[in-house]
Design a protein around this ligand. Sequence first.
Ligand code: ZN
Length: 175
Amino acid sequence: MKLLISAIHFASRAHAGQLRKDKLTPYINHPLEVMQLLSKHGDVRNETFLCAAVLHDIVEDTSITIRDIEKLFNTRIASIVWEVTDDKDTPKQERKRLQAERAHLLSEGAKLIRLADKISNVKDILHAPPASWDIAERRKYVLWTREVVQPIRGINPPLELMYDELLVRADDILK
Ligand code: ZN
C-alpha cells in the first residue's frame, strides 16, 4: 500500500501540467484510471502490477528514465513499465504495429496493464476524443486496439468483457 501511494505521488508530479489528447483532462487521470480498472474491475491485488499501472506512461511521456523507476521503486516494477514503454524513436505506425505483434510476449503484469490501458484509451476516444480527430480516425484507433487486445485474451475475463462492451458502444457512437 505504501509503495502504491508513493507511485501515485511520484506519477502526479511527473505528469504535472500534462493534458490528455482532448487538451482538457489532466494526464494523471489516465494512469490512475488504468490502476482503478485493474483493482476495481479486474480484481487485481498485486501491488507490483498496480504500481506499474500508475507509472506505465512515465518513461514514454516524461524525462523520468527506467533507471529512476528502478532506483526509486524496484526492478520488478521497472521491468513491467519497460515492457509497456514504446520506443519514441520508432515511427508511430511502426510502433503501433509492433505493439500488436509483440502483445503475446508480454508478462502477466504487462498484459494486464496493456488491456486496461486500451480500455481507458478507447473510453477517451468515445467520450473525450482529440479535437482534431474525425470519426474515421477514431474508428481506426479502436480497430487497432483490437489487434493489441486479441493476443492478450484470457488474462482477465471481467476486463475483457468490459473491453468488448466498449467495442459495441464504439460501433454505435462511431457510425
Ligand atoms: Zn497509457
